[in-house]
Design a protein around this ligand. Sequence first.
Ligand code: GLU
Length: 465
Amino acid sequence: MTVVTRFAPSPTGSLHIGGARTALFNLLYARHAGGRFLLRIEDTDRERSTAAAVQAIFDGLNWLGVTPDAEPVFQHTRAERHREVVMQLLARGRAYRDYMTVEELEAERERARAEGRAIRSVWRDRTAEPGDNRPHVIRFKGPLQGETVVQDLVKGPVVFRNIELDDLVLLRSDGAPTYNLAVVVDDHDMGVTHVIRGDDHLNNAARQSLIYQALDWPVPAFAHIPLIHGPDGAKLSKRHGAQAVSEFADMGYLPEAMRNYLARLGWGHGDDELFTDEQAIAWFDVADVVKAPARLDWAKLNFVNQQYIRAADDDRLAGMALKVHRDRGVLITRSGEARLRAAVPIVKEGAQTILQLGDLTLFTLKERPVGVDEKTAQLLTEETRARLDRLRIRLAEAADWTPPALEAELRAFAESEGVGLGKIGPALRGCLSGGAPAPDLAGTLTALGRDESLGRLADALSPVG
Ligand code: GLU
């Protein structure tokens, strides 16, 4: 049997990280089993589905690198097929036309509530006169006895009493198929063997199992994964901060870090916090997903992201940092860009997000004269100015403009002046960075290069500087 999984989002908003994780688990499981991962856009509800939301799903999955193995299926294009299957169910006596009026349905709902059972239409056992054209829905004719057991790969066996499952509508009065019917038909036709989705769909699994059985179709394996909760344990919501995948992208998380972190939400391989995609595929089994809801942990996400930033290609990071600056409206000259590129390998260690990488590289983009901040201005006493000027002359002659050589040079200079580096460092940094965050002195000098460093220093020390 070839494993086929699918992600089946409804395009009604943005792609949330919960959905992204569901997609990722489906992808990992399919890859692990040597199978296929499919995407189905559940746009049957034409009023709530929007083109922008469909695009957000594509963009989000693309960004995350969780892409399907075939063209996506658009559920609304399959309505004819859905109706055809409903007709099969009617022919099998497993569905019925229900002519209840809104008032009758309301009355039945009241009765059912009072009797503690699911609603049943009087039309279950009644057939309309031929040619009856009154509006009606078509309902599934569910069993009144027995139990339906969902053998869930995460939850274990979950037992539903059939009497408690109502005869769900398969086709609305306007001929539109409903969610539970469309899902079954599409999953069957797409050859889906494993339905991995959020556990808010567990109840649907029972209803869907009954439809499969009524059609004599094999029931797929189900795996209902707990939802993602906020750091406080409550269901993830706006007040916990970002939810949409696009927001995480904008906040400067790398897609590979996000994949690693999301895989770790509710699943894990021992204590391994960091792993490659290949390792995740080799290790992942949906049966190992934990039963308790996973909590979003920002500190852990930042830690993971920082590790991936450290490992990331410097040119790629520079491109991302430049984009941050462009978006912030920072002027970027050619020489500024060159300085930024030189700074990336020096400062990237300290960045937890790409936005932080932006903050940490801002000093490189400043153009002369960069000016000094107030703190630095206060440090620039007559004595310090004279000292920094002597340093400037010395650095102009430095043979080697590399971090270890510059460090040695600074140390030797401080010694020759009879002061500690603490007397020189803060003022020097301020002159070089214009008050923006900057790495250690040797790193700052290296990133800026000799000419720019000495120029900035001269500017700061000049009478008008
Ligand atoms: N379209 C459903 C949703 O977005 C998921 C259906 C499914 O995975 O079976 O919640």
